[in-house]
Design a protein. Structure first.
Length: 47
């Protein structure tokens, strides 16, 4: 049985907000099944 293709692939993500580095070289895959969560404190831009 082969693994399903992910529905989202992110590689080498960088992000800055108001001149401040918030993410640096982040890579991840979101699988097509199961539960995926994004965690972080309030006000950090998860939306």
């Amino acid at each position: 049985m082969s693994a399903a293709e992910p529905i989202l692939v992110v590689e080498g993500l960088y992000g800055r907000i108001a001149g401040q580095q918030v993410v640096e070289d982040v890579s991840f895959e979101v699988p097509a099944s199961g539960v995926t969560a994004l965690l972080g404190r309030n006000g950090v831009g998860k939306t």
